[in-house]
Design a protein around this ligand. Structure first.
Ligand SMILES: Cc1cc2nc3c(=O)[nH]c(=O)nc-3n(C[C@H](O)[C@H](O)[C@H](O)COP(=O)(O)O)c2cc1C
Length: 213
């Protein structure tokens, strides 16, 4: 194992300029996720979701983006989880994507709102049955005495829904959408002189600005 101070990567895989990037940042983000997917990266739609807790400390954790368009960035979770409680108390969040292999990063922030019940229902219905049962079994972010406690809840819900062909969506589980207010695209470059392009939102739409690395 190398010493941490000796680990170095040369960032030479790409270049971005303002003109290369799409006019709409949601389109550009979708394009980069597609490119990460095509490059065979696992979880190309994973991002670090940052929220603030009641003491003002930021909390980050990885979640999966399930829809990205001009309305914003959608993810699904248990709304009673730590992140759900934090969003209910302050409806703002950050999202940070990193694709190490492509030497790219995107970060954005925005206001968070609830997705419609219809869209959450549709997405929940598309999940594997085992994940649907898992959503009922796990009181996400709460402590438990043992793994067996969780597995016995899993068995309980499997038996509860055995006769139903469709598992209903738990009322505490669903989607949030983060509007895109600020967003920055980063491409690693040689000599740590990376490319950074920030999108600025105004009443006329989006404009772009270069940032120093
Ligand atoms: C690759 C990956 C994808 C994940 N996707 C989700 C997700 O879409 N939704 C979710 O609630 N948790 C997801 N998780 C688990 C979260 O990182 C986190 O552990 C969980 O949501 C509890 O976070 P909280 O206690 O801060 O609310 C994922 C974790 C990883 C590593």
């Amino acid at each position: 194992m190398s010493s941490l101070k000796d680990i170095r990567t040369d960032y030479t895989k790409g270049i971005i300029t303002s003109d290369d990037l799409a006019a709409c940042p949601a389109d550009q983000l979708s394009k980069w996720i597609n490119e990460a997917d095509k490059a065979g990266l696992s979880d190309p739609n994973a991002f670090c979701l940052s929220t603030l807790n009641k003491d003002g400390f930021p909390n980050g954790r990885i979640v999966l983006a399930r829809r990205i368009d001009s309305e914003g960035l959608v993810f699904y979770t248990n709304k009673n989880s730590a992140k759900g409680v934090e969003i209910e108390s302050l409806a703002k969040a950050g999202a940070t994507f990193f694709w190490a292999h492509l030497q790219r990063q995107v970060r954005l922030n925005g206001e968070v709102s609830h997705l419609s019940d219809e869209e959450s229902d549709r997405y929940f219905a598309s999940r594997p049955r085992s994940s649907q049962i898992g959503a009922w079994a796990s009181s996400q972010s709460e402590s438990m005495a043992s793994r067996e406690e969780l597995e016995s809840k899993q068995a309980k819900f499997e038996s509860k829904f055995k006769s139903l062909s469709v598992v209903p969506r738990p009322p505490h589980w669903g989607g949030y959408i983060i509007s895109i207010e600020e967003v920055e695209f980063w491409q690693g470059r040689a000599s740590r002189l990376h490319d950074r392009v920030k999108y600025i939102k105004s009443s006329e739409g989006w404009s772009k600005r270069l940032l120093q690395p």
